[in-house]
Design a binder for this molecule. Structure first.
Ligand code: TPP
Ligand code: MG
Length: 262
């Protein structure tokens, strides 16, 4: 999913590269061609996404089929929102993945709004996961704000796909806590709903769990937080030093037609 920077970090991307990307610098994954989240990294096996919601699901299924054909035993996993799940490509991609038994995992982050459109205006079924039997694939609905549930469910789905068990659709139920972008003040979401969901903040819940079970001491957490801030500041400073791309290699990696019907 093109906006999920967390997944880039989970796949081992350095924050420095993400910052350089946002600043349009030569060290960003697109080498300064794009100042946004549309980036790939073949070394990290991250396939670049474009903005058009849903359109990349068949592409991700293609990556899964490619892995199968090449005997790589890799699984393609991607995300989409509840709104993106209403796009035709969602259905075509999942149906095709089911037909060819592709090693493919699709997580729908159902945060109950697609911009200002609530889910009641998106679909007639009670849940998105109810579509899974229609495709003939595995499906599971989970608490998207429970990091352990998300981890365990994804892990099981990836293992199943790796062993030839085919695609899985996971519906992770969560809440959109802020507007679509900084220009959007989120006026269309009732405050009571936001207050209710604020209590279920996944980071705070994970932190409370770790503290209650004794895995995390407050002193260690504060130390880790301070180290993280220091690390991030250093990565930003490094990105600021990255040069802007040169104009003479502007068309490198760009495919173009020479005309004449070619
Ligand atoms: C095909 C298409 N239509 C419209 C947009 C503009 N757009 C970008 S994000 C968004 C809302 C998406 O909602 P959802 O899929 O629920 O994801 P969320 O932002 O809630 O995570 C829209 C309408 C787009 N990128 N692609
Ligand atoms: Mg949404």
């Amino acid at each position: 999913m093109h906006r999920d920077l967390g997944s880039h970090l989970a796949f081992g991307q350095r924050p420095f590269k993400l910052f350089a990307q946002y600043m349009g610098r030569a060290d960003g994954p697109t080498r300064g061609r794009d100042g946004n989240t549309h980036m790939s990294d073949r070394d990290l096996q991250i396939v670049g996404m474009i903005s058009h919601l849903g359109a990349m699901i068949p592409v991700a299924v293609g990556a899964a089929i490619g892995s199968k054909l090449q005997g790589l035993n890799a699984v393609a996993l991607t995300y989409i929102g509840d709104g993106g799940a209403s796009i035709g490509d969602f259905h075509e991609g999942l149906n095709f993945a089911a037909v060819v038994n592709a090693p493919f995992v699709l997580i729908v982050e159902n945060n109950q709004y697609a911009y200002s459109t609530p889910v009641i205006a998106q679909y007639g079924a009670a849940r998105i996961i109810d579509r899974a039997p229609g495709y003939g694939i595995s499906g599971e609905v989970i608490d998207g704000n429970n990091v352990y549930a998300v981890y365990e469910t994804c892990k099981a789905a990836v293992e199943r796909a790796r062993q030839g068990g085919g695609p899985t659709l996971i519906e992770a139920v969560t809440m959109c806590m802020r507007g679509h972008s900084e220009h959007d003040d989120h006026f269309y979401v009732p405050q009571e709903l936001l207050d209710k969901w604020a209590e279920r903040d996944p980071l705070l819940r994970a932190q409370r769990f770790l503290e209650h079970t004794g895995y995390l001491k407050e002193k260690d957490r504060l130390e880790m937080e301070a180290q993280t801030v220091e690390f991030i500041e250093a990565e930003i400073a490094l990105a600021l030093k990255s040069p802007y791309p040169k104009t003479d290699d502007l068309v490198d990696s760009v495919f173009y037609s020479t005309g004449g019907g070619q």
